[in-house]
Design a protein around this ligand. Structure first.
Ligand code: T3D
Length: 262
């Protein structure tokens, strides 16, 4: 375990679990949690023994968004400033990290909590989990990347409805819309999330980091530029030991080994 006030962090088998730990408020994001998440993501990015990040949460909810008791809510505070200094750097640290991030969503992911789940690269949900774009319920607009992510996942029309009506999206619906990758029984979710992350950690870490970049850019770029970007990334991957090992393993009819297990 590493020393944070609002996070529990442990690293095992190349996976670092960053676990939000304010269960009494369904992991609402107070200032400390936002700063610690930002610091933990940056630290995970730097550590060579961390190949995959699992973003999880303690208690019955993943994250209920902004802590509505932590800041003034009388309409005078600059929420823009709060986003620019606390939320946006966190989302950018996650999206920019050249390692896979998996969000394990149990219970509710609401408001900025849903944004954090969508900022991860993949999402696993418990069967009773739900996402709520709760912003409009309190007279706000989608933030922390939700306005960017949601239409990319579900299309513009659906995103409008989800953001405006802020109805809960249950796990089967989230799966059907592409908002999550897999749904597991609630009791088995955490074990399944670790197994999923271990499989990623066994993969070619450098190539997976480049894959993340390629797909992120792929949804933005015109075809010709996407092809050029792929070629540039493949040039990097093709000069790395992982490629040599992958091809050698194929020829020797064995499983490739991409990380040391000591
Ligand atoms: O800086 C900025 O402000 C900009 C950022 C904005 C980004 C945002 O995230 S805006 C959206 C903020 N979030 C919300 O509006 C969600 C508020 N919460 C809820 O609507 C509900 O709590 C949930 C739908 C998330 C869950 O409902 P339920 O029935 O499962 O649980 P509950 O009983 O409502 O909550 C349990 C406890 O957590 C409760 O405390 P208590 O009564 O047991 O002492 C509740 O007050 C507390 N809690 C839940 N959400 C928050 C919270 N406390 C502070 N802030 C919260 N967001």
């Amino acid at each position: 375990m590493e020393g944070y006030e609002t996070l529990l962090v442990r690293t095992e088998d190349g996976v670092q679990e960053i676990r939000m730990n304010r269960p009494e408020v369904l992991n609402a994001l107070n200032r400390t949690l936002k700063l610690e998440l930002q610091a933990a993501m940056k630290a995970a990015s730097r550590r060579s023994d961390v190949r995959v990040v699992l973003l999880s949460a303690e208690g019955r909810g993943f994250c209920s968004g902004q802590d509505l008791n932590d800041e003034e809510t009388d309409g005078r505070r600059s929420i823009g400033e709060s986003l620019r200094t606390l939320y946006n750097p966190l989302v950018e640290a996650m999206v920019g990290m050249s390692k896979p991030i998996v969000a394990e969503v149990q219970g509710v992911a609401a408001g900025a909590g849903m944004s954090l789940a969508l900022a991860a690269d993949m999402r696993l949900m418990g069967e009773s989990a739900r996402m709520v774009a709760a912003f409009s319920r309190i007279g706000l607009v989608p933030d922390s990347g939700l306005s960017y992510m949601l239409p990319r996942f579900v299309g513009l029309g659906r995103a409008m409805e989800l953001a405006m009506l802020a109805e809960p999206i249950d796990a089967p619906a989230a799966l059907a819309m592409g908002l999550c990758n897999h749904v597991f029984p609630d009791q088995g979710l955490h074990g399944a999330a670790w197994d999923f992350c271990r499989r990623l950690a066994d993969g070619p870490g450098r190539a997976l980091g480049l894959t993340k970049k390629a797909l992120q850019r792929g949804v933005e770029l015109p075809l010709r530029e996407a092809l050029q970007y792929e070629a540039a990334l493949q040039e990097q991957a093709g000069h790395a030991g992982e490629y040599v090992e992958g091809v050698a393993a194929f020829k020797e009819k064995r499983k490739p080994v991409y990380r040391s297990r000591d």
